[in-house]
Design a protein around this ligand. Sequence first.
Ligand code: C2O
Ligand code: CU
Length: 499
Amino acid sequence: MTKKMACNHRNLRCRTTQFLVLCTAVFTGVSAAGCFAVGQNTVNQIEFVNELAIPPLAVSRLDHSGRRVFALQAREGHKEFRPGVRTRTWGINGGHLGPTLRAARGETVIVNVLNQLDEATTMHWHGMHLPARMDGGPHQPIASGRTWSPTWTVDQPAATLWYHPHPHGSTARHVYRGLAGMFIIDDESSGSFGLPAEYGVNDIPVIVQDVAFDGDGQLDRRRRWFNQVGFLGDTILVNGTIAPYIEVVDDRIRLRLLNASTARVYDFGFSDDRPFLLVATDGGLLPAPYETTRTMLSPGERAEIVVTLDPSTRAVLRSYPPSLGSDFANNRFSGGSDSFDIVELRAATELRASPEVPTHLVEVPSVNSSEAVQIRRFDVTTRAINGQDMDMGRIDAVVDAGTVEIWEVTGISVPHNFHVHGVQFQVLDIDGSPPPPPLQGWKDTVYLMPDVTTRIIITFPDEADPKRPYMYHCHLLRHEDRGAMGQFVIVGPGSGAKR
Ligand code: C2O
Ligand code: CU
């Protein structure tokens, strides 16, 4: 076993080493390379011995009024991430993570969420257009032993969404222990692009989380020296699998990448730098596939990529050091110098031929900034937005139903991101420049380079509910839990609301 791997399993010593090396670097001016050498790095060090687990598709039934009914149970469980080591976890309908929910645009769904934990939780439908009372944010707690049954009609383009708890102050802990799952939306045109669409075969959920284990093999959530972003783990789980591989039987596969980590930013690419097609982001398909060798995801963000393989070859999905945009020391302690091997793709000796990916996908009509009726500013810090920490009893913004607003968002000093509930928005510009192609589709979460202003444009729901707020927040969950979150309500037109 190499020295680095040993380091991964001895967190305390590893942290001490990092600290000493940094101090040495600071006081003697040794080369930056010395500091980089102690970042997390599992490149070429993983033996991919476990077949990737595919979360089961949640079973559903249609009730007498034609609603699609799902049942989720949040509960304690355990899992052997490594053979013979029993780790206590939380899961939904199982020991760890949850099933994939799937519904089509136009369908009405109802999800019966039973909380079998010993404490209250919530279940939030991240990226979903739905009424605020169905959103599953901190205002919809589910007490221990109780069931909550939100229902809504799916009305948005095909997309990879997800669900996770959102109890104020405890979101990081609930998600880290394993409460998360994917929610795939289909629409009229999902089937018509020739994109790989066989779930778990050539259309594969890839839920990426970083964890750490303590000496007893239990999930550890301690923070490292100087780290301002939150927990950063040394071990990657994909769908809860350590060191996973995927047997590939098609010459093209779609990976639905979800960053369900609490703080880590990934910059995904392949070990041989092969190009792939980015076809969708948070809220659905892009106007056209974007050929690239990297796609960066901050916590909460999703990307759908299509990658081509030759028979009998292997390729490793890797996370390269993400360009977080912060200064060297910040970058180093925010995971900006870390690299991980994520999952190995193993192509069979013969592969089924897949259709070509079309050069155009969908129209993403751009929201016109001249329609905006309001501009708001948000400064995001590690524990507040606009200097105020989250207060469940305070409404921070009152928005007129169905109107368009521009939000100017700046993350202060260290990496942050920004997520808005109930909507999909568009990025207008970043530091005054138009967004690059990966940010030209529908988004619900966007990475914020430190001290750079990102302007987003949002069309708000036209259903008013002045009493029940939606959230906006940093999706680095420690920041969110500490107070980097605010609340907005939607009011009817002409209700004379204060801003
Ligand atoms: Cu993914 Cu407010 O949440
Ligand atoms: Cu933040």
